[in-house]
Design a protein around this ligand. Structure first.
Ligand SMILES: Cc1cc2nc3c(=O)[nH]c(=O)nc-3n(C[C@H](O)[C@H](O)[C@H](O)COP(=O)(O)OP(=O)(O)OC[C@H]3O[C@@H](n4cnc5c(N)ncnc54)[C@H](O)[C@@H]3O)c2cc1C
Length: 224
């Protein structure tokens, strides 16, 4: 599985900081954009981000390509509605090669891995057989959640913050957590002021809201 940051808003931090400060200044965002420097950026963005006024970071968008992930993971991803998606079509692209994700818990046990691999082989045999008789869009009904896919996702920075709170948390499933961790790393590299404190609530808010379901192990490795 590979996660790439394909593109993001040019001058994201300058833009969001200037938009934020334009709420408290007689100057318009166009003038503030010219005045911007990193120290001002820290002040202009730091305050709204600390107080949870995250609408100012909706002006910046980030587009990621996630390749070779499972359809199981992509189904969890697309539950996040404030986003745009483009996904490999199983209607128009033949899945003739058996490409699938094996969860680490199964890969770790030779007997489970063998049974899993054999089942995948049988599923793809049936898929190829059916594909000769009916359109790919119907043959695909036998394909498993494990089947690999590629998906392009665009989220604004506010939605990314929300996504990171839910999906970099240890309660999220391993595959989507690994995707979210990598998206966080890439987003921080692109816009460190915006994403400095993003992450699961144990990082972003300094406390876990999960009550009895809390893992009790703050993800300190994600703190900056
Ligand atoms: C650990 C974990 C376990 C999960 N288990 C299940 C499960 O068992 N079954 C299941 O079905 N799902 C499950 N989910 C998915 C979860 O319920 C959400 O669908 C998913 O996380 C998307 O989050 P969201 O709805 O907050 O955010 P997004 O869709 O990303 O939206 C962001 C925010 O926008 C606002 N918003 C968006 N749409 C609306 C709307 N229509 N009305 C009002 N406000 C809106 C909300 O404030 C929302 O938080 C699980 C998620 C996690 C992280």
């Amino acid at each position: 599985m590979r996660v790439t940051l394909l593109s993001y808003t040019r001058d994201a931090e300058r833009l969001c900081a200037s938009a934020a400060h334009s709420c408290y200044s007689n100057k318009g965002a166009s003038e503030l954009m010219e005045e911007w420097d990193e120290a001002k950026g820290k002040r202009w963005l730091g305050s709204p981000l600390a107080s949870g006024h995250h609408s100012v970071i909706e002006h910046a968008s980030y587009t990621f390509s996630i390749e070779g992930c499972s359809r199981s993971m992509s189904h969890q991803l697309v539950r996040h509605r404030i986003a745009s998606y483009s996904q490999l079509s199983q209607r128009y692209v033949s899945m003739k090669d058996a490409e699938y994700v094996t969860p680490a818990s199964i890969a770790a046990d030779p007997e489970l891995e063998r049974r899993y691999r054999e089942l995948m082989g049988r599923i793809w045999d049936e898929y190829r057989f059916l594909s000769q008789k009916v359109p790919a869009e119907d043959a695909r009904y036998v394909l498993p959640n494990a089947c690999t896919t590629n998906i392009t996702v665009t989220m604004n920075a506010r939605e990314l913050w929300h996504f990171f709170e839910l999906r970099t948390c240890r309660r999220a499933q391993t595959e989507i957590r690994e995707v979210a961790d990598e998206m966080l790393r890439l987003a921080r590299g692109a816009s460190p002021l915006i994403f400095k404190n993003a992450g699961p609530p144990c990082v972003s808010r300094g406390k876990c809201p999960e009550g009895k379901m809390s893992c009790g192990k703050p993800r300190t490795e994600l703190k900056q």
